[in-house]
Design a binder for this molecule. Structure first.
Ligand code: DC
Length: 272
């Protein structure tokens, strides 16, 4: 598999100069659990500072979709790695998220479905799959000028990132935000929310049950992400922790901008 940004020629390997460790523009790493608001924050910072926004979770999701379609077990590392090596994942950064292609097919919406969400979490525990992903992600961000979002960006992918933010929130708050985003009338952006097929609940009781199901699924994913042996979800030692449990979105964005400016005093605001 090769993870690629659209701006790279589909048939070319990343240029050697990008892989050689030369000077690069800054990297902003955003990590945290599902539903904390990482994608919204990453898209905002990318727009604000003229960086490219890279959603690494979309790469795990795309590989998980390929495993589902090819009937490859989520528990067997060897076949999953072989599958990865034969797959091409392309991320196309947009104003509001990444458009995702799997072997040339547009899968941006399909990868948000609940079956893919769960499979992505399961395939991501395998060390060799992670090592492959990390290699791809380092190549994508090698020039810098990126806001990279995921679970292990500040700890494993770019441990030398200039800015590291760990965005967290209480599980109930994350679950209820996800539930609201999953309602059909809320889905308007390129970065469609996961669990898309959640039906519009008809009454308050159904609504509570739907919300509870999302919170339960999120806890299960959190447990897997935080407890896996390889690169478990945890803040890097030098990450700034941002707990958005009691914050409005605007406050989170403003606080994150302050953090970026404090770490990158010479970075101008405004589109690239
Ligand atoms: O961010 P997301 O919900 O789209 O990620 C989907 C899954 O991929 C998540 O449950 C764990 C995995 N993931 C990971 O292990 N490391 C990353 N950097 C990004 C995602």
């Amino acid at each position: 598999m090769r993870g690629q940004l659209k701006s790279m020629d589909d048939e070319d390997e990343p240029p050697q100069s990008l892989l050689a460790g030369g000077p690069r523009r800054p990297v902003i790493a955003i990590d945290g659990p599902a539903g904390a608001g990482k994608s919204t924050l990453a898209a905002h910072l990318a727009r604000q500072f003229g960086f490219l926004n890279i959603e690494t979770g979309a790469m795990y999701r795309a590989l998980a979709l390929k495993a589902i379609e090819g009937d490859v077990s989520f528990d067997e590392e060897g076949p999953l790695l072989a599958l990865a090596q034969a797959t091409r994942i392309t991320l196309e950064p947009q104003m509001d998220g990444n458009r995702v292609r799997l072997d040339g097919m547009e899968v941006s919406q399909r990868i948000r479905d609940a079956d893919v969400t769960s499979a992505a979490s399961r395939i991501s525990i395998h060390p060799q799959v992670r090592a492959w992903m990390v290699e791809q992600q380092r190549a994508l961000g090698a020039e810098g000028g990126v806001v990279m979002e995921g679970r292990d960006i500040g700890t494993a992918v770019f441990p030398d990132a200039e800015v590291k933010i760990f965005l967290d929130a209480a599980p109930e708050v994350r679950g209820s935000r996800r539930f609201r985003q999953a309602l059909p009338h809320e889905q308007t952006t390129a970065r469609q929310t996961e669990s898309r097929q959640a039906p519009e609940p008809e009454n308050a009781e159904q609504q509570r049950a739907c919300e509870q199901a999302i919170v339960d699924e999120m806890r299960e994913r959190d447990r897997r992400d935080r407890n896996r042996a390889e690169s478990p979800l945890r803040p890097a030692q030098d990450a700034v922790l941002l707990d958005s449990t009691a914050m409005q979105l605007e406050e989170v964005l403003a606080r994150a901008e302050e953090i970026v400016r404090a770490h990158l005093p010479h970075t101008e605001s405004g589109p690239a």
